[in-house]
Design a protein around this ligand. Structure first.
Ligand SMILES: [Zn+2]
Length: 113
């Protein structure tokens, strides 16, 4: 499962962060997950429940912050909600030049002691 690997990596990063801060327990970790990141939040939660026990994040709370997809049209200099990625610029009806957000998959914060 794709999400299990991602969660394992996030836990590793969180643990490294805890060690760097001189702590040993993770109480809360927050992940930012973009709408177009291809990651299913429920699968992340499932992976966390499987991986957390016995780790530094045992008893920790996992928070998933969903990030909506936003497209950017360069010619119009307009940002617009990109939803599933199929939306077009409201000004010129072209597909977005780039995505401003929606592909995030990152550890936003870790609470440790
Ligand atoms: Zn446009």
């Amino acid at each position: 499962m794709h999400e299990a690997g991602i969660m394992a990596e996030a836990l590793e990063m969180a643990t490294a962060e805890a060690v760097r801060a001189g702590g040993s327990r993770i109480h809360r970790l927050r992940l930012r997950v973009g709408a177009l990141s291809g990651v299913v939040p429920e699968a992340l939660e499932f992976a966390f429940a499987a991986l957390a026990p016995g780790s530094a994040a045992d008893q920790a709370r996992l928070e998933i912050e969903p990030v909506p997809a936003v497209g950017w049209c360069a010619p119009c200099r307009t940002a617009f909600p990109a939803g599933d990625g199929g939306e077009r610029c409201p000004g010129c009806r072209r597909p977005p030049t780039t995505l401003c957000q929606g592909l995030e998959l990152e550890l936003a914060s870790v609470e440790i002691s």
